[in-house]
Design a protein around this ligand. Structure first.
Ligand code: AHM
Ligand code: MG
Length: 336
């Protein structure tokens, strides 16, 4: 069987679609290598001394796990020296990380959630890394990149992807021409294309939401879930199944492969906060991937990729996955 490695795939993309210029190819290869290193540490678990929490909190006031910090360091170090980036931003850092002067600067901006699904680290459940790539559009050469250079709507992403550290370690990527999945060959240490052209089934009978928050949801959100729960007797006329892994990467990965809808809605406990998940390094890259796989992604009201971010760590409601379900629950919100 002919095996296509990530390197071969990237070169072919460049030749056939002209979508992956050499610098972007280098960026993706370096991110993929960093994900391999993170996956290696995740795999060691207690034997590597990487489980548990630190005394520190991140900018969002969340207690940092050892693996959150280690994964952030791996991604920063791997990406600093290549000359492909202008700056990076991360869930774990308050502000942007500029490329130190000792290295050449590139034109790309990299954003990441280094270790998503932190609550699952210590219980040996799938976790992941999510990343988004933008271009420093209006940045003037010679001037320092600022946070403002990052505040671009998700539709301007030039690439996005995630790695999932599960029974297999996988990397899923888009450059705006479909979605491609690679499985890590652990013996060879290489990423092999195993899931070419991933498409989300349009119809589904499966939803993913943290049901314990139901009493705090807005009425249109409750309506959507209540109707699904009513089964064949209800207005949807079918029985729904539920899954909630509490790792967005793992939930989205399932949806990409067998359909479904993932929802993290606004809730009344923190009325001023639009949602739990972060727009720039969680919702945007996942929305780009999901749309490229034929699905839809909204903040329950409008398309996520059209939202103009105002701050780096902005939060957002998220509904993404099979198109018909996302459209229905978005319609309920818009009609309310
Ligand atoms: P994290 O980036 O701190 O890990 O938080 C994001 C995670 C998502 O992966 C997941 O969908 C969600 O938080 C789970 O939230 P909850 O614990 O409320 O179910
Ligand atoms: Mg996260």
């Amino acid at each position: 069987m002919k095996r296509t490695t990530l390197t071969q795939f990237l070169i072919e993309q460049q030749r056939n679609h002209n979508t992956v210029p050499a610098e972007l190819r280098l960026l993706i290869e370096i991110v993929a290598r960093a994900c391999k290193a993170i996956g290696h540490n995740v795999g060691k678990g207690a034997l590597g001394g990487v489980l548990g929490s630190l005394d520190s909190e991140n900018v969002q006031g969340e207690v940092q796990k050892k693996l959150d910090v280690l994964s952030n360091e791996i991604l920063l170090e791997a990406n600093e020296w290549g000359g492909h980036l202008a700056a990076m931003a991360s869930e774990e850092m308050e502000t942007i990380h500029r490329i130190p002067n000792r290295y050449p600067q590139g034109e790309y901006l990299l954003l990441f959630d280094p270790l998503d699904g932190s609550s699952n680290i210590d219980v040996n459940v799938s976790i992941g890394t999510i990343f988004s790539v933008l271009k420093a559009q209006d940045h003037v050469a010679g001037k320092d990149v600022t946070e403002a250079d990052f505040l671009q709507p998700g539709k301007q992403q030039v690439a996005a992807g995630y790695a999932v550290y599960g029974p297999q370690t996988m990397l899923v990527l888009t450059f705006g021409h479909g979605v491609f999945g690679f499985t890590l060959d652990r013996e060879m240490g290489s990423w092999v294309l195993t899931h070419p052209d991933i498409r989300i089934p349009e119809e589904t009978k499966e939803f993913a939401i943290n049901m314990s928050n139901e009493r705090h949801w807005a009425p249109p959100m409750r309506r959507y879930i209540d109707e699904a729960l009513a089964g064949t007797e209800g207005p949807r006329g079918k029985n729904f199944n539920m899954r909630w892994i509490a790792s967005m990467v793992a939930d989205v990965h399932r949806i990409l492969n067998r359909g479904g809808v993932f929802i993290y809605p606004w809730d009344a406990r923190e009325p001023g906060k639009p949602g739990k998940l972060r727009l720039m390094y969680e919702a945007n890259p996942m929305a780009f991937i999901v749309e490229q796989a034929g699905g839809a992604a909204t903040n329950c009201v409008s398309r996520i990729l059209d939202l103009q971010p105002t701050t780096l760590h902005e939060r957002v409601s998220v509904a993404l996955g099979s198109k018909s379900e996302v459209e229905l629950l978005t319609r309920y919100h818009n009609e309310a």
